[in-house]
Design a protein around this ligand. Structure first.
Ligand SMILES: *Cc1c(COP(=O)(O)O)cnc(C)c1O
Length: 362
């Protein structure tokens, strides 16, 4: 019996992607071994590798100027690797602080070189309830790059209008909203996203890199940390996480089957509106801290009148077959992660539970 999974990451995967993995696990395409037992240099694995890249390229409309990379170490490693590659001596990078993850990225950059805060929406108590407006950005026109997190997994905020950064390369951590809707890849010099939220299992990170940008990356760092090394070798410089990439392939094939990113966006907007609609209908009971224009369609965060009620909410939801609703340990409350794999029906089930919970406790 599978539960309705609202985990924040690692998160639920689409059932068809898992079933396909199950069916192919012991004998991948008649080869007598699983895909993870194949050589990463063999024909069978390479077909999976390249299919994953071409599915991503097709779904996102990735232009020739950009390429897909498979990396390891998660988004946390990119917090360090981005400045290692792009923060050339004598330059400075701009960071837009909108939550815990962007703060961590900024702290790593400061260990590597010079970085400044070009905007921050932190409240005095360190919470974040919105992303900055364009007129709040204090950008350095000569910055090596501007770094942002497009969706803030813990506080439940999301950028709905991208910042204008002029000619400065824009680098984005999209770990928790990559592929949630169609987007213009050409606006970014470097995109990265850990797979375990919207795309697949943990263990692989997907980057979409502008070729000329990574080619100009620093060469005075170890080869394995240079993005250009992985770019020049089609992400086969060393052994990639083959099974994780294979599962991403299954998920992307499911996305394509579903009708692509336009279809996903429709589903995701409907899910978000159902949930926020319920919260707003019962605003005296459920409290959404995030300002309306910054509300995330991936992580919906709200509070109940007391911590005791929040605990009961999580426990009773679990009994009703819904898992993963506890807010991040640093902020408390309730967090509903409604990534791509979560269906409209799943959210409808939660909304009727929420309606019922108010009736009994409101
Ligand atoms: C989860 C998350 C991370 C951390 O990912 P790891 O794979 O654990 O390093 C970084 N940034 C964002 C936006 C996230 O949601």
């Amino acid at each position: 019996m599978r539960v309705i999974n609202f985990n924040a990451g690692p998160a639920g995967l689409p059932l068809p992607a898992l079933e396909r993995a199950r069916d192919e696990l012991l004998d991948f395409q008649g080869t007598g071994m699983s895909v993870m037992e194949h050589s990463h240099r063999g024909r069978e694995y390479e077909a999976v590798h390249n299919e994953t890249i071409s599915l991503l390229t097709e779904l996102l409309g990735i232009p020739e100027t950009h390429q897909v990379l498979f990396l390891t170490g998660g988004a946390s490693q990119q917090f360090a690797q981005v400045p290692m590659n792009f923060l050339h001596p004598g330059t400075s990078a701009d960071y837009l602080l909108t939550g815990v993850w962007s703060e961590k990225a900024y702290a790593e950059a400061r260990l590597v070189g010079q970085a400044r805060v070009a905007a921050s929406t932190a409240l005095p108590d360190k919470r974040y309830v919105r992303v900055p407006r364009q007129d709040e950005l204090r950008l350095d026109l000569n910055a090596a790059y501007v770094h942002m997190s497009t969706n803030n997994t813990i506080f439940g905020t999301q950028w709905h209008v991208l910042p204008e950064v002029g000619e400065v390369p824009l680098v984005a951590d999209m770990s928790s909203d990559f592929l949630w809707k169609p987007m213009d890849v050409s606006r970014f010099a470097f995109i990265y996203a850990g797979a375990q939220k919207n795309l697949g299992p943990s263990g692989v990170l997907i980057a979409v890199a502008r070729r000329d940008f990574i080619a100009r990356g620093r060469k005075d760092i170890p080869k394995v940390f240079r993005y250009s090394t992985h770019g020049e070798n089609n992400s086969l410089y060393n052994t990639p996480p083959t099974f994780a990439i294979y599962l991403c392939r299954n998920v992307l094939a499911w996305v394509k089957e579903l009708g692509g990113l336009e279809q996903l966006e429709k589903r995701n907007r409907e899910k978000g509106e159902l949930l926020y609609g319920c919260i707003d209908r019962h605003a005296g009971f459920y409290r959404a801290p995030v300002e309306v224009e910054s509300r995330s369609y991936m992580n919906v965060v709200f509070r109940l009148p007391t911590p005791e009620l929040e605990e009961r909410f999580v426990a009773e939801a679990k009994q009703a077959g819904m898992a993963g609703l506890k807010g991040h340990r640093s902020v408390g409350g309730i967090r509903v992660s409604i990534y791509n794999a979560v269906s409209v029906e799943d959210v409808k089930a939660l909304v009727s539970f929420m309606e019922e919970f108010v009736r009994r406790n409101g």
